[in-house]
Design a protein around this ligand. Structure first.
Ligand code: KG4
Ligand code: ZN
Length: 341
């Protein structure tokens, strides 16, 4: 348990580095890129440039905060994909060069796998981890999946979105309402003081465990458009109620299939992961359903919900123990790699 693992995450617009000793998080540094805000979304070209600027200071700080020297590292874990190729190339290339220089192995990590495995990251106050098998609702800016987690690297996707991801539903709603990017945290905040039953929006009717969010986006768009014709101040006067109602609808859609998945599989240990798992309304819904259906619920701490390197390092630690090392000639991948059932 004494191995020090450095994790590097650069798949989208956060440059992050973390140092773990075994599964224990010693540092987790995240540099978010403000440059995208004025464009209302991530600009890939600017993201990779910002990663290039941030990566060395972020890694330096992570090592200093962990109070270790780079020579004490046993391995380097990095996100290989999925994500933006230009962004992934920065982390991957840095990991290769650093591992070569230090003469230590490197471990490649799948970003979505890492979001789930963050539930095994421990620290002084947090030691409880889920037992296998458990269900994980993984909800981020690019993905929405229900995953059966059978083991650290044996995961099966049993439900997924057929169009937009849950995070996209938040971000696109924010855009319609003229709110800044990323929309999730802003909607979460405004929703707290709004009425969740003020407006009702269309919910999808998709069979099985799959999701769809594109109809909701259209429904919001039409509600706003029709009301703006009657009242030009409609958005301003109803911002909080609109946010609360949209958030409730997204959560209802997410929870409906998660309950179905738990009933179908008989699995009662249920976790959430990914950027949208930071949502306070989703936390409340998970805790309420946990009570109702006697689930054991796992909600990641806030800094472990959105993109972070602690999740990459903990996944890296488990791969390190298995001796699964990456070769110097690998290249990143942009698209999803988790097995889909
Ligand atoms: O996992 P993540 O940081 O990056 C990806 O891998 O995509 O997820 C980012 C997504 C964005 O869509 C953002 O709006 C959403 O997570 N998000 C939230 C909250 N915080 C971040 N959505 C709802 N409520 C939040 N508090
Ligand atoms: Zn992510």
């Amino acid at each position: 348990m004494n191995e020090y693992i450095l994790g590097i995450e650069s798949s989208c617009d956060d440059t992050s580095a973390a140092v773990l000793q075994g599964t224990c998080v010693l540092s987790n540094i995240i540099a978010s890129q403000k440059v995208h805000e004025k464009y209302g979304g991530v600009v890939p070209e600017l993201a990779s440039r910002a990663h290039q600027q941030n990566i060395i200071p972020v890694i330096d700080t992570a090592l200093k905060d962990a109070n270790i020297d780079k020579k004490q590292l046993s391995a380097i874990a990095f996100t290989r994909g999925p994500g933006l190729l230009g962004s992934l190339l920065v982390g991957t290339s840095f990991a290769k060069a650093f591992a070569q220089t230090l003469n230590i192995p490197m471990v490649e990590i799948d970003h979505m796998n890492a979001h789930i495995l963050v539930h095994f990251a421990t620290d002084a106050t947090h030691t409880e981890v889920p037992d296998f098998p458990f269900l994980c609702l993984t909800v981020s800016g690019g993905h929405t999946q229900i995953v059966v987690v059978k083991d650290y690297f044996d995961m099966e996707v049993i439900g997924k979105t057929i169009d937009d991801a849950a995070g996209e539903a938040f971000d696109k709603t924010a855009k319609i309402l003229g709110l800044p990017y990323p929309g999730g945290p802003v909607i979460d905040k405004l929703a707290k003081i709004g009425d969740p039953n003020a407006f009702s929006f269309a919910k999808p009717n998709i069979p099985g465990l799959d999701y769809s969010f594109s109809g909701l986006k259209t429904s919001i768009l039409y509600t706003v458009r029709d009301n703006l014709k009657l009242n030009p101040n409609f958005i301003e006067e109803n911002k909080e109620n609109l946010c609360a109602s949209v958030q409730k609808t997204i959560i209802d859609i997410l929870m409906n299939k998660l309950v179905k998945a738990s009933k179908q599989t008989g699995i009662k240990t249920v976790a959430i992961a990914g950027g949208v798992s930071a949502n306070s309304g989703l936390h409340d819904a998970m805790l309420a359903l946990g009570e109702k259906y006697h689930w054991k619920v796992f909600i990641p701490r806030l800094s472990y919900s959105t993109d972070n390197a602690a999740m990459v390092a903990v996944a890296g630690y488990f791969k390190f123990l298995r001796g699964e090392f990456a070769s110097q000639d690998l290249t990143p991948y942009a698209r999803q790699s988790l097995r889909e059932g």
